[in-house]
Design a protein around this ligand. Sequence first.
Ligand code: PHE
Length: 338
Amino acid sequence: MLNDIQTIKNLAREEIEKAHSLKTVHELKIKYLGKKGIFTHKIKSLGLIPQEDRREYGRILNETKNYIEELLAKYENSFKTLELNKTLQTQRIDVTAPGYCIPAGHVHPTTQVLDEIISIFTSLSFNVEEGPEVELDFYNFEALNMHKDHPARDMQDTFYITEDIVLRTHTSSVQVRIMEKTAPPLRVIAPGKVYRCDADVTHIPMFHQLEGFMVDKHVKMSDLKGVLEVFIHMIFGPDTKLRFRPSFFPFTEPSAEIDISCVICKGVGCNVCKNTGWLEILGAGMINPRIFEMAGYAPDQYTGFAFGMGIERIAMLKYGIDDIRLFYENDKRFLEQF
Ligand code: PHE
């Protein structure tokens, strides 16, 4: 009987000493000490041992079991250390290595300029309003004194959705929408996207405009001049000169095209201003009384001015960009400069 235990002990020791991995050690643990393991079986069959030998036999059995347990634990630990060292060697983390650099995005140049323009006009007490980009022909043309056969419609290459619905060609469409629902006095700017079927270095099918208008009793052309002068000086610097050239828009009377002294050559003459020293920057005028009629304002009581400008054009002049298409090509090398 005791020989039997000694044999098992020797066999177990031999097997454990030969083990070459943690897995083998675990397998041996199950073989000798597991629920159905050799030692567990022996302990369970203690009852079969004659009473007088049982004590001694149990003691030796227990001792041997403990010995095997310790041996297994010793091998288990050394294999674990070995594996840990191996992982530390192969999966070494250099905590001093520089991290991944996630490039920071920033505000698009058009938006930057638009934000600046909006903040100038809000500081002059203008409220910001918006209107739809898919617009009724009525608000884009009809209510602005451009009837179906009006020649001024040809000035704008309109995208028609249906006969009565267009992609708005200018932000002037917001004028009547606001006047319809708001009683004067009014001081409003309306920024947003506009659409024209046109494409070259200075034209793209979608661009941004900002409309401004003021309606009250006794609003005069000099108020328009004053507001635009403050605006231009804040955007392009206090030395920039303004020039009003007579022009025509069906919704303003009189109408003017406003030029500024060339911001590139300071008026001396260069290829940006085509050697004239002047840059055309926006359209404006005194709101045609017919528009007030459309909106339901009493034309004999109220006067007002309106102006409209292209945002990309201002950004081009401000940053010296010579091709409007660059704004929307999403070339990071271009965009990162702003
Ligand atoms: N809507 C005109 C355009 O797009 C600009 C403009 C606005 C002119 C307001 C006069 C008054 O060309």
